[in-house]
Design a protein around this ligand. Sequence first.
Ligand code: SAH
Length: 361
Amino acid sequence: MSSIASLLEKPELGFDDLVVLLSVEDPDEVQLILDKGQEVKKKTVGNKVYLRGLIELSNICRKDCLYCGIRKSNDKAVRYALTAEEVLQSARFTYENGFGSIVIQSGELLGETFVKDLEGYIRAIHTAYPDLLITLSCGEESLETYRRWFNAGANRYLLRIESSQSDLYYKIHPHDLFHSFESRKQALEDLRTAGYQVGTGVMIGLPWQNEAHLAHDLIFFRELDIDMVGMGPYIEHSETPLYDSRDVLWPYEKRFQKSLLMIALLRIIMPTINIASTTALETLDPKGRKKGLMAGANVVMPNVTPMAKKVNYKLYEKKSGLYTDSSASLEKVRQSIEEAGDSICFFNPGISRHFSDRTKE
Ligand code: SAH
C-alpha cells in the first residue's frame, strides 16, 4: 500500500498527517484522497444533496477586507440593497422550487436600521413559508442582534473565519478594531450561544498561505466542532489591495486542486457535517461544482437574487453565474448534481447530521 493510502486508513488524522495529505501533487495520489472523501460521504451523509437559495441582500459594507470586491473603499462598486419585495420574491422562488432553505448573505452593516430591516424580512419569510429554513451570512454582529434574528426565525449562520491563523488573517485584513481576529472568533462563539447551527470556512490559495495554514484551518473546524463549512478558492479582484500581491499566488489549477483536497479531507475528519460546493469552485473550473460534490460536498447554493442586482455582488472577478437567472442557475446546478451521481433532496431543509447528533439528549 502506498504511504498515502495507509495514511488515509488512520483512525484520526493529526496536523502533520494533514500537511502531508494537502501537499500531495501526484495525480493518482490526489485521486486516492478525493475518492476517499467520496467514499466517506456515501457512508455517512449519503449521496443526497441539499439546495439553498442564495439571496445576496446588499453589497453595502462597513468593512475593508483587503481581498473583497465589495469592500468599503472600492469606489467602483455600484452599491445596492434589495427591496422587501425583492427579498420575498426570491424566497418565494426558492420555496416554490422545493429548495427547503435559503441563505441571506450581505455586506456587513451595524446599526438599528439594518438589524431591524433584516429582522422584518426574516419574520416575513418565516411567516409566509414556515417550512423554509433560514440561514444568514451577514457578518459580525452583537450577541443581542444574533438573538433577535434567531427569534425572528433564522436558525443557521455562516461566518467564515477566512483564515484560522492570526498572522495570515492580519495580512488579508486591516489591523484595526473593525477587523479584529479575536472579535471574529468571539462572533462564532456568540452564534453558538444564540442557538444557531454554526458554519464557518476559509479561502484557499490566499497569498502567503501554505499547506500548514490549511491543515491548521481543518483542525480549527474540528476543534470548534462546527456544523457546516463553506470554503473555496481565493480569486483576485483588481480593485482591491491584495491584487498587488498576485505574483505570489498559486496558479488557478493549483488553487482549485487544493480546494478539492480541503473538501475531501474535511469530509474524512468530520464525516457528518454539511459541506458546500461553492460558486468560487465553479468559477475556476466549468465542472467545479460537480467535482466539489465528488470530493465530499453535499450542499449547493443556487443564486436566486434578482439579476439586475446580483451583477453588482462582485466579491471577485469572473464570478460564475452573474448573468444567469434563477431558473437557469437551478438548471445548471441540477445538471452538476446529476453528473456527480448524486440526487437532490427536495423539500428538505438539510439539517446538518452533525448538528442533530450534537444536540440529541
Ligand atoms: N459579510 C459577510 C459575507 C461576506 S461575502 C461575512 O463576512 O460573513 C462571503 C464570503 O466571500 C467571504 O466570507 C469570503 O470568504 C468570500 N470572498 C470575499 N472575497 C473573495 C475573493 N476575492 N475570492 C474568494 N472568496 C471571496
